[in-house]
Design a protein around this ligand. Structure first.
Ligand SMILES: [Zn+2]
Length: 129
């Protein structure tokens, strides 16, 4: 039995929703890194952070099918220009947010919460689903 990472989530609501679906289908799983991600959300997506949903390697194929049903990201469409060229990350102000994070790390001054969002690569706008 080998344990593998199924996905990485950016908040505990998303991770527990996935865990609930997996467990209802009989797939044993657990989450890691939940405390770090919840206590220091500004570092989400950096240094391997994020809540990781872990499963047995033998359940990986079945779990990936379920995950596609839970998170149908390929069907996302920009609400402004209807483009399908969508990404998930720090958003269109990515460089400013990264500069804030680096400054925070150097000066040890806490910064505001940076949240991940969907953004359109064509019209350069952030949006939530
Ligand atoms: Zn757009």
């Amino acid at each position: 039995m080998a344990v593998v990472r199924l996905t990485t989530c950016y908040d505990h609501f998303e991770s527990h929703r996935i865990v609930d679906v997996l467990e209802s289908e009989g797939i044993q799983c657990f989450v890691t890194n939940e405390n770090f991600t919840t206590l220091l959300p500004i570092y989400n997506g950096m240094l391997g952070s994020g809540i990781q949903v872990m499963i047995d390697e033998t359940d990986l194929e079945k779990a990936q099918v379920l995950l596609e049903e839970i998170q149908p990201k390929e069907n996302l469409v920009c609400p402004y220009c209807e483009s399908k060229n969508i990404a998930f990350g720090l958003g269109v102000e990515r460089n400013i947010k990264i500069a804030q994070i680096v400054t925070s790390l150097i000066t040890l001054v806490p910064m505001g919460r940076n949240t991940f969002t969907y953004y359109c690569k064509d019209c350069k706008k952030d949006f939530k689903i």
